[in-house]
Design a protein. Structure first.
Length: 58
């Protein structure tokens, strides 16, 4: 089973975040939440955080 990683983009994607997401996508199940583009409820975000094995905030 692949590790589930959540990437939270606070200010949108950067070159570094794009590179890391690409690397992780090859090895893990990746979910991305771009807070600059999408409104997400606090409860939904907390659920995503707790359902992930690793969370990276950019």
């Amino acid at each position: 089973m692949k590790m589930k990683i959540l990437h939270i983009l606070n200010d949108g994607p950067t070159e570094l975040s794009d590179q890391m997401i690409d690397v992780h996508s090859g090895e893990c199940q990746v979910e991305i939440v771009n807070l600059g583009e999408k409104e997400i409820s606090y409860d939904e975000l907390v659920d995503k955080i707790f359902s992930s094995e690793r969370v990276i905030s950019w």
